[in-house]
Design a protein around this ligand. Structure first.
Ligand code: ATP
Length: 353
């Protein structure tokens, strides 16, 4: 099998219950060597619990997890040698410099002498922290701590790096650096990266594949383009458009297009949901009726939109089974709450869940 195709993280029926609560349910996941995989979901979806089981820090209730053929539960020490973990808050010693912190970690991992110092220098260089290396970490920004955190994780040269919410609180400039750094860990070093996040937009820029987690269940998994295609094949097209003049007639024109399910105003644009691609028809009718399109974009390659559709689908299913059992649509309420929250956040253009 091709080296890049080799499965390195494998879970089968992985389940964790806390009393009555199922935090992770029957998770079957395969992540390939060198891949950047995003574990995505809102708070409480089960991402951290999954990571804890992969690190061998929490025992599954049932099912198995392995990394590079080693059982995560039965061989936690073996796992520790292969896997580096970057928590969302790195616990550096604030009164020690970046270099001293790395030295401390290196020694814990059995490194010493020239080998240790050379590795520290090269990692500091790699994460672009050479200049700040001799300043106390208490004075570092979040982005700097994050970069030093990556150097810290790389001290033991792990094959797999697991990162919990690495993009939280990073400014756009820092994001570019971080994205670039994470990409290089995969492309240049062949390391496998697992990123847990609820920040869709940021993760979309980094990951090769994503898994969408909702209430402990993996509801979809694949390349972002594949998930987008699937959503569209199911007859869910979402189009953004705007026209001059921006009057009621244009909205009426949109509502009148064949197979349109919904037309909604969002800021300066209309969002049109339809069962097929109505762009051609829209162009023709706009021309006929004297409108000039100032904006036209088919949404879908957008993880945010994909996630929204998958939520709708899982809620539709839940709605159906609730109808049968006479329960109220709790999941529908959850989606509505999520949408409300997302709208607030969209204003800040964050794309969070
Ligand atoms: P977040 O982004 O908030 O960390 P998450 O996706 O990582 O969310 P988990 O922390 O894995 O989610 O939690 C999944 C579910 O399991 C939640 O409902 C949580 O309340 C519950 N849970 C997690 N740890 C425990 C625990 N030690 N005891 C009881 N319930 C727990």
């Amino acid at each position: 099998m091709d080296q890049m195709e080799r499965i390195i993280i494998h879970t089968e029926g992985l389940t964790k219950c806390y009393g009555e609560k199922t935090a992770v349910s029957e998770l079957n996941l395969d992540i390939r060597k060198g891949e950047i995989f995003g574990l995505l979901g809102p708070n409480g979806a089960g991402k951290t619990t999954t990571i804890l089981m992969l690190l061998g820090l929490t025992e599954p209730t049932s099912g198995t997890a392995s990394i590079n053929g080693r059982d995560c539960t039965r061989d936690p020490i073996g796992i520790k040698t292969m896997v580096g973990y970057l928590p969302d808050q790195m616990g550096f010693y604030a009164d020690m410099t970046g270099r001293e912190n790395l030295r401390f970690t290196g020694r814990l991992n059995g490194l010493k002498g020239t080998l240790l110092e050379e590795r520290i220098d090269s990692l500091l260089e790699r994460v672009r922290m050479t200049e700040a290396a001799d300043k106390k970490t208490g004075t570092y920004s979040r982005g700097m701590k994050q970069r030093l955190g990556i150097a810290d994780v790389l001290m033991k040269d792990p094959q797999v790096v697991i990162m919990d919410e690495p993009t939280l609180g990073i400014d756009p400039e820092g994001m570019r650096e971080l994205t670039d750094l994470i990409r290089r860990l995969s492309v240049e070093d062949g390391r496998t990266i697992l990123i847990s996040s609820h920040q869709l937009y940021q993760v979309q820029q980094i990951c090769d594949r994503v898994g969408l987690f909702v209430e402990g269940k993996l509801i979809a998994c694949g390349k972002i383009e594949e998930l987008a295609e699937q959503v569209q094949q199911e007859g869910n097209y979402v189009l953004e458009t705007a026209a001059v003049p921006d009057d009621g007639g244009f909205k009426a024109l949109l509502n009148d297009l064949g197979n349109v399910r919904q037309v909604e105003r969002q800021g300066d644009v209309y969002v049109v949901r339809s069962r097929n691609d109505v762009r051609r028809e829209l162009l023709r009718r706009s021309l006929d009726q004297g409108y000039t399109l100032s904006h036209l974009r088919l949404r879908g390659g957008d993880l945010d939109e994909i996630y929204r559709r998958y939520f709708e689908k899982s809620d539709e299913k839940a709605g159906k089974s609730n109808e049968k059992s006479g329960k109220s649509g709790a999941a529908g309420g959850r989606l509505a709450a999520l949408r409300g929250r997302k709208n607030d956040k969209q204003e800040r253009a964050s794309g969070d869940l």
